[in-house]
Ligand binder design. Sequence first.
Ligand code: ARG
Ligand code: ZN
Length: 418
Amino acid sequence: LSLGEATADANVPHDSEIYSSFKGYRVYRLQANSTKAFDALVKLHDEGDLDFWKAPSFRGETDIMVNGNQEKELKDFMGFYKIDNTVLIDDLDILMNGQRLGRLKSDGKAMSWTEYHYMETIFDWLDGLATFYPELVTLYTIGMTTDGNPLKLVKISVGRKDRHKPGVYIDALYHGREWISASVATWIINELVTAPSRYSTLLKNFDFYIMPIMNPDGYAHSCNYNRLWRKSRKASGTWADFLGCRGVDLNRNFGFHFGGPGSGTIPCSLIYRGTHAFSEPETSAVRDFIYENRNVKWAAYFALHSYGQKWMTPWGFTEVKPVDYDELIRVARIGVAAIESHRGTKYDVGSAPDVLYMASGGSDDWFKGAAGCKYSYTIELPDYGFYGFLLPSWEIIPSANETWFGISTALRSIARMR
Ligand code: ARG
Ligand code: ZN
């Protein structure tokens, strides 16, 4: 039943009239200043009734989306615990209009960064790249999702195909609503493929493996039904399906310290980790791809998420730092300095628990802890919260430009270390 439903979902035309409206929705930014208030926030988060755009962290801020009914309860709650707060987004419905979804000819050549794009357009473009740049590009479909969408990964490599250079792995769109991450990933692919001479040092040192859409089902759902969908879309086969609580948080499903703090056990949780490590087609496809490519030494990993402007290191599952933490921070600082030099965008640097919150089962931890990738990072792309997930289309190019400048500068530093 649930599977058939999901397939039907995926086929509904894009201008669906049932696209969720967010009239009267607001986003609040909270700052809990006492342990008591923080503990209450964590409890509210774990109850799972509210959409936390940013989960609670002790030192940092917490962003919560509410509708008209929930707003009054939240205000009472904040008053009771004396939690400082501001309205981050006053009217979500208005911001929804700022993200244009492009309609390009699907001839495999068309791509643009002045608007966002449907999954189908992005995949057609990837297919085209493999056709038009066979010397540079190898396209893999490393698995299929529950809704029958492909998990596509491009390898960009110069020189002899029988030799492996150290790998740089970049992926994006773990979470359906984080549209900017896929656009940045396609921008990076485009730069490397259309201007390889500009990146000859990088391409001499590394092979690039880039997966712009880790969660196609969640992205399709965000494009077609509910802009703010986060998780994947697989039914859990439990009572939760009848409440509409689909999917797993793919960034809690990786098999390194799976099940630790900051990951949910109930299917309705926004950070539901799934039944066991790699229980999901998306995550197990990545694991299998890495296992099948055992001869690749992974030099660097970048998981692109949004929002918050943070360049984060492992570990995510504990406040304990990896032994080479200082070196990871050194390179991260080089990256954010490059980003800031571009147009002044400021990033926080630190481990995930230090600058955001603790979360277990993340891809960054697995790449470092299990795949042996030293320089493993999660990047929270712009913005800082003014638009949140609803970053307008005109921000795509500047964001992509500065991010790639940051990552490529960091990579040059990593290459010099080897
Ligand atoms: N916003 C990301 C998430 O919630 C942060 C992940 C950081 N990495 C980690 N292992 N905790 O998935
Ligand atoms: Zn994310």
